[in-house]
Design a binder for this molecule. Structure first.
Ligand SMILES: NC(=O)C1=CN([C@@H]2O[C@H](COP(=O)(O)OP(=O)(O)OC[C@H]3O[C@@H](n4cnc5c(N)ncnc54)[C@H](OP(=O)(O)O)[C@@H]3O)[C@@H](O)[C@H]2O)C=CC1
Ligand SMILES: O=C(O)C1=N[C@H](C(=O)O)C[C@H](O)C1
Length: 233
């Protein structure tokens, strides 16, 4: 399969390696806002660029009917517009705040736990995410997905990084060294705590998930999620 990489930083380089190992060809590596891009050879585009660049990269691909796997976080204020452009152009799209198998299982576990805790008012939820110091956005896209998973299955109405109200999930974002990505959710009562946690040991899981998603989406049309790709029920 011919893959185009939009963004050739930490993730782009790791995706390239995994894609080559799995027998794919990299037909473009786009690092800046290039005007002259040849879309004709691309079976699938994978965007791991920057919050400020993702929307334009993704929608340009849709206009050329190239399916997109989008891992860039921090641009979701334009997500609905991007989905519309995908549909209008009969293209295909998967956005995931986290492409790793482990985190996608963790997303399911988080929702299950939120349902169980919904009626237990004695427990208060909080979340912590830790990433490397080069990360541009906070909280992480993964933390936002986790918060949405709780909000959709409980009486919590939103999330906040600071000064969360009683019905909002407080999220703490820490930036420490080279940390690839650690997310934990804590329910605390006066007598005990329940914590679930996912720790990425490196970026390989994210990159492999993105390549698997690219393989899965080739030839499809529409908007999908990693739950479709991984058959997680
Ligand atoms: N969904 C997931 O599973 C994961 C998502 N991410 C997200 O992916 C994104 C990238 O992460 P990471 O690779 O670590 O970041 P890096 O900063 O290492 O790489 C980003 C790259 O994008 C390049 N870039 C800048 N402008 C553009 C543009 N207009 N078009 C294309 N590329 C451009 C940068 O070039 P230059 O340096 O020259 O500016 C840089 O090489 C982040 O948003 C991160 O949060 C990361 C890991 C997993
Ligand atoms: O920027 C990163 O590094 C990561 N970003 C994603 C996020 O914002 O959740 C996924 C992963 O945690 C690594």
């Amino acid at each position: 399969m011919n893959i185009a990489l939009f963004g050739y930083g930490k993730m782009g380089k790791m995706i390239e390696q995994i894609a080559l190992d799995r027998g794919h060809k990299i037909v473009a590596k786009i690092e800046v806002d290039t005007k002259e891009i040849d879309f004709s050879q691309m079976d699938v585009a994978i965007d791991f660029s920057m919050p400020s660049a993702a929307y334009e990269n993704i929608t340009k691909c849709f206009e050329h009917k190239v399916p997109v796997i989008s891992g860039t976080t921090g641009w979701l204020d334009k997500f609905e517009e991007a989905k519309k452009i995908c549909t209008d152009n009969d293209s295909a799209f998967i956005y995931a705040s986290n492409f790793s198998l482990g985190v996608n299982i963790f997303f399911e576990l988080n929702q299950y736990l939120a349902k169980m805790m919904k009626s237990l008012d004695q427990y208060k939820v909080s979340m912590e995410e830790i990433h490397h110091t080069r990360k541009l956005d906070e909280p992480s896209g993964t933390a936002i997905t986790l918060a949405e998973g709780i909000i959709n299955n409980s009486d919590y109405k939103g999330w906040k990084l600071e000064n969360a109200a009683e019905n909002e999930i407080p999220i703490t974002a820490k930036r420490i060294g080279m940390t690839p990505g650690t997310h934990s959710i804590d329910y605390t009562s006066k007598v005990d705590s329940i914590e679930i946690k996912h720790t990425a040991h490196n970026r390989e899981g994210f990159a492999l998930g993105a390549v698997i998603a690219a393989e899965w989406i080739k030839g499809k049309k529409g908007i999908f999620t990693m739950k479709d790709v991984l058959n997680l029920g």
